[in-house]
Design a protein around this ligand. Structure first.
Ligand code: NAD
Length: 260
């Protein structure tokens, strides 16, 4: 269930990065944005997921689809060129992308390899900087950027390991980008989502144990629904959040406030 906020994003163009399938958090955000009247540009990682993303995007009236592997600067340049030629202006970016080797998301953090560390940082944190560099110049009417993070950035959570360190860098990047871009009328924020069963979550050892823990201990006594993250991202991308930048907002049934 998405809250009904008709036309909050009417006339706004938003790039949505990170849809892999219908369970993706980016897809829930896209639905919230579409309900609010936004024009959407979906990006996908590789030809492997192209057909699936194109099929999903076809459900949304005003949308287009572009391939963009964030490990490749050339792909991000091509995305910026596409947005400039097709739309001329950009108002929002959703960055819902992360990656780490499966073996680095289990066992001990101390065993992380140099290459595994660099890969997680590159795809999960640096990509936000690379994207902002190339897309913010198109935000000539001001804009907003939203990324996705997780509690493992600030607490040592079993198995989250190298991704927790990448999320810490991502959240710091949110603050530094917010400081850089405020004068250009561009806000940068993160949503810290509670655990949600997605493709990326499958890579984390004992993910079901984490879901059970949130059900048992969070103030709302339930896990997070992707639509709740979608509506919060919509809020942050809209003028309703015009006074908020450099912030991390938790959408996690309140789990992060609870002590042991
Ligand atoms: P998902 O697997 O649906 O989305 C991850 C996306 O990252 C996929 O679309 C994948 O194609 C994309 N991606 C990976 N490498 C890429 C690359 N090189 N170039 C372009 N795209 C690439 O899973 P999700 O859970 O929806 O993840 C979205 C974001 O939400 C991630 O940043 C994740 O860390 C974050 N998050 C997830 C949870 C959760 O429990 N699922 C909780 C908090 C935060």
């Amino acid at each position: 269930m998405h809250a009904q906020v008709p036309q909050l994003m009417h006339g706004r163009v938003v790039v949505v990065m990170g849809v892999a399938n219908e369970r993706s958090i980016a897809w829930a955000i896209a639905q919230s944005l579409a309900h609010a009247g936004a024009d959407l540009i979906f990006t996908y990682e590789s030809e492997r997921v192209a057909e699936r993303v194109q099929r999903l995007a076809a459900q949304i009236e005003r949308s287009s689809v572009v391939m963009c592997n964030v490990a490749e600067d050339g792909d991000i340049d091509a995305l910026a060129a596409f947005v400039r030629e097709r739309y001329g202006v950009l108002h929002g970016i959703v960055h819902a992308i992360a990656y780490a080797n499966k073996e680095d998301l289990a066992g001990a953090y101390i065993d992380t390899s140099r290459s595994g560390y660099a890969l997680a940082q590159d795809i999960s944190a640096y990509s936000l900087v690379a994207i902002a560099q190339r897309l913010v110049p198109l935000m000539t009417q001001g804009g907003a950027i939203v990324t996705l993070t997780y509690l493992g950035s600030e607490r040592a959570l079993r198995n989250y390991n190298v991704m927790g360190v990448a999320k810490a860098a991502l959240e710091a990047s949110v603050r530094y980008l917010a400081l850089d871009l405020g004068v250009r009328g561009v806000r940068v924020n993160a949503v810290s989502a509670g655990p949600i069963k997605t493709l990326a979550a499958k890579g984390i050892a004992d993910f079901h144990g984490i879901l059970r823990e949130v059900e048992a201990k969070s103030p709302l006594r339930r896990t997070t629904d992707a639509s709740e993250v979608g509506d919060t991202a919509l809020f942050l991308l809209s003028d309703m959040a015009r006074g908020i930048t450099g912030e991390v907002i938790y959408v996690d049934s309140g789990y992060h406030i609870v002590g042991v």
